[in-house]
Design a protein around this ligand. Structure first.
Ligand code: SAM
Length: 245
């Protein structure tokens, strides 16, 4: 019987191996992850995340799940919004990323529940959260459809899922964006994080990720309703939003 394969950047790998390869990338970059985010995006990732927080419309007392939350940028921002009667869970599959996130949470004087878990098999009950977010995480998941269904499952009726992810840039920007991603990014990764390959994977995985329209359909197929999206920075990134009805 032939083994099922999937993408790891431009490589085709056995489905069973993808999670290990992705784990290798994030374990390697975890200690330089935040500085690289600022350098690579010229600080833009902060604006993309601030927009996500605004669109999330989270209120005091809400329960929020940050999937693939990594170093906790979104969790920390949500914690301020939900206040002492709300709850924000910081989760990620990768121990190295999650411990950086947990340390940042503690350094900011916050107390948040933290769980190491796979988005494809979330350890939370049905109908539990007002808002679920996944920022720059979905691209790395092996079974994106499964992860989307899981995120929908744990949402309360009326709750929303926000997916912030790299997407398809407007055509006129593509040549400059390609030059930047395939030449400058790996060079920067080598200089700052001592790891060109992980940043080459980043550029490649973005090209393999479903475009805006495809991701919208995938979210609809997972059972989410009223799905829409916002293009940010010329489509470099898109924020998708869908509701559980
Ligand atoms: N959300 C953070 C942010 O926006 O800065 C971190 C994003 S980082 C690019 C992607 C994260 O996705 C990594 O921390 C990685 O461990 C996590 N990840 C990859 N596959 C995952 C999965 N199946 N379940 C949960 N997290 C996953």
């Amino acid at each position: 019987m032939s083994e099922k394969t999937t993408h790891f950047g431009f490589e085709s790998v056995a489905e069973a191996d993808k999670a290990k390869r992705v784990a290798g990338v994030f374990s390697s970059v975890a200690s330089r992850y935040d500085i690289m985010n600022d350098l690579m995006s010229g600080g833009l990732h902060r604006l993309w995340k601030a927009f996500t927080i605004q669109i999330a419309g989270v209120r005091e007392g809400d329960k929020v799940l940050d999937v693939a939350g990594g170093t906790a940028d979104l969790s920390l921002a949500f914690a301020k919004r939900v206040g002492p009667h709300g709850q924000v869970w910081l989760t990620d599959i990768n121990g190295a990323m999650l411990s950086r996130g947990r340390d940042r949470v503690i350094d900011r004087g916050q107390v948040l529940p933290v769980a190491q878990c796979d988005a494809e098999k979330l350890p939370f009950p049905d109908n539990h959260f007002d808002c679920v977010t996944v920022a720059f995480g979905l691209r790395n998941m092996t079974h994106k459809d499964l992860a989307l269904s899981e995120m929908r499952r744990v949402l309360k009726p009326g709750g929303r899922l926000l997916v912030l992810e790299f997407s398809q840039v407007y055509k006129p920007l593509a040549p400059a964006y390609d030059l930047y991603s395939f030449k400058i990014l790996p060079w920067l990764g080598q200089k700052v994080a001592g790891d060109a390959d992980s940043y080459r994977y980043l550029a490649e995985s973005i090209r393999q990720h479903p475009d805006q329209g495809t991701l919208k359909s995938m979210m609809e197929q997972s059972g989410l309703a009223r799905v829409d999206y916002f293009n940010l920075t010329g489509g470099v990134v898109a924020l998708h939003r869908g509701f559980k009805v």
